[in-house]
Design a protein around this ligand. Structure first.
Ligand code: T46
Length: 138
């Protein structure tokens, strides 16, 4: 499955918390073009239900607990985002669903592309066809 767990660099200051960071082309294999974040989601809220044709993304959860459910067309895998220093690098061609296990958890995403609705596959059968090579990337 085309993902990678990335331990984000984190500097701890005694009694004053931690600072985590990552840099494009240093800690992740792309230059960032866009950051977006999802917030104010209620407990058990479920988002996602799509894959990307070409987009790479780093997902991290600076606050809370979110279950990321991935599918590569053959198998499903669940990854827990419950640590602000944990990043998950998603390569294209992965179906994703996100479940908010804790209300108001924040999901942050850094991507290598500007928003493009044409990069989304929102139909699971179309996704299966895509990963089986039946549909070329744009
Ligand atoms: C992803 C997961 C992890 C924009 O106009 N600009 C943007 O940059 C984004 C990300 C979304 N939108 C619009 C598109 C929809 O009208 O915002 C609306 C909600 O997006 P969506 O339903 O795709 O949100 P999620 O939470 O299901 O998925 C998002 C990302 O869209 C997606 O790329 O991988 O988070």
């Amino acid at each position: 499955m085309q993902y990678e767990l990335i331990k984000l660099k984190t500097i701890k200051t005694p009694d004053l918390g931690s600072l985590s960071f990552f840099e494009g082309m240093v800690d992740i294999p792309f230059e960032m073009k866009r950051i977006y974040y999802i917030h104010h989601v209620p407990e058990n809220g479920e988002r996602g239900g799509h894959a990307h044709r070409t987009m790479k993304q780093l997902l991290f959860c600076p606050y809370g607990k979110i279950m990321l459910k991935l599918h590569d067309g053959r198998r499903q895998q669940n990854l827990l985002l419950d640590d602000a220093s944990k990043g998950i690098l998603l390569m294209p061609g992965l179906w994703r669903d996100m479940v908010w296990l804790m209300a108001d958890s924040v999901l942050c995403v850094a991507t290598d592309q500007y928003y493009d609705k044409e990069d989304y596959i929102r139909d699971f059968n179309e996704f299966l066809n895509f990963v089986e090579g039946g549909e070329e990337g744009r």
